[in-house]
Design a protein around this ligand. Structure first.
Ligand code: NDP
Length: 265
């Protein structure tokens, strides 16, 4: 048995096992399995180091372990180093641990409009916002503004990646906060946006996903904006991880169907 998994604390809510196991089945990798690995922070490093001997080829890493994952790796991609966090670890045959961050490509690949020369507003300054700001910068965005509830965090993120702070909508608007996940009615109260801002000519991306779509995305869609659902980003980052571990092209459609089926709440 070749094992894969997702390390987090908590990790019960993760849709990655269903998504990856559907992909493994589709690829005919019948001796591979992907599982949840709930690991508290103080046990993270020791547990990860024991995983290769337990048959693991690699793991995804989610909150709160992404920085620790990068730190324990023997080698890391330029992307993971620049973001300062890893969401994918690969256990190589020679015993080395390799770190990558597929959140950046996971954000960029579902976008239909090229980012180059566009203005962008990023809402949030947490882990996913770091990956998104880095990705926008790499893809040549003309101007990136960062807004966050806690202003100091927005400023620190903007300073680090050569962006600015502000809340003026850009041609691309990305929600990297958890707003809209549990209480849709908070969306336009907590975020510095009006429904009219989400209009034709703009691309609206919501990292949050829920059954029936978020209020932010549904409003943007109704107003004629181009939209990218968080589920597409989940699939794209997962596909990139799976390709790293298996060397096979990920079956995007099988992965999409598996997460749509179980999307919650
Ligand atoms: P973090 O915990 O690192 O950051 C959370 C962000 O949300 C911070 O900017 C925080 O602001 C903000 N926030 C939280 N509560 C509020 C509130 N009540 N009002 C305003 N802002 C608030 O999380 P991540 O960056 O990892 O994830 C953010 C969201 O994106 C989550 O909902 C997650 O599920 C989703 N996500 C989706 C992915 C996908 O594949 N689709 C991948 C990664 C994340 P402050 O700094 O002020 O606390």
């Amino acid at each position: 048995m070749t094992r894969l998994g997702v390390c987090g604390w908590p990790v019960a809510h993760s849709r990655s096992p269903q998504m990856h196991n559907a992909a493994l089945a589709h690829l005919g990798l019948s001796t591979w399995r992907y599982q949840k690995l709930p690991i508290p922070p103080h046990l993270f490093e020791a547990t990860v180091r024991a995983l290769p001997d337990a048959g693991f080829r690699g793991v995804n890493v989610t909150i709160p372990h992404k920085e620790a994952a990068l730190q324990l790796a023997d080698a890391a991609t330029e992307t993971a180093q620049a973001i300062g966090a890893a969401n994918t670890l690969t256990f190589e045959a020679d015993g080395r641990i390799h770190a990558d961050n597929t959140d950046a490509t996971g954000f960029l690949s579902p976008l239909k409009t090229p980012v180059y020369d566009q203005t962008a507003l990023v809402l949030g300054a947490g882990g996913s916002a770091r990956a998104v700001v880095y990705a926008l910068k790499q893809a040549g965005a003309k101007e990136i503004r960062v807004w966050n509830r806690t202003k100091e965090r927005a400023q620190a993120l903007a300073d680090e990646f050569g962006a600015t702070t502000g809340d003026e909508p850009g041609e691309i608007i990305v929600n990297c906060t958890s707003i809209g996940l549990h209480d849709p009615s908070a969306t336009f109260k907590a975020l510095p946006l009006r429904a009219d801002d989400l209009c034709v000519g703009r691309t609206v991306v919501d990292l949050v996903y829920r059954n029936g779509g978020t209020l932010l995305l549904n409003t943007a869609k109704a107003n004629g904006a181009e939209v990218v659902d968080g589920l597409e980003i989940l699939v794209a980052q997962g596909a990139a991880s799976l390709e790293r571990w298996t060397g096979r092209t990920a079956p995007d459609q099988a992965m999409r169907e598996a997460v749509v089926d179980i999307a919650a709440p």
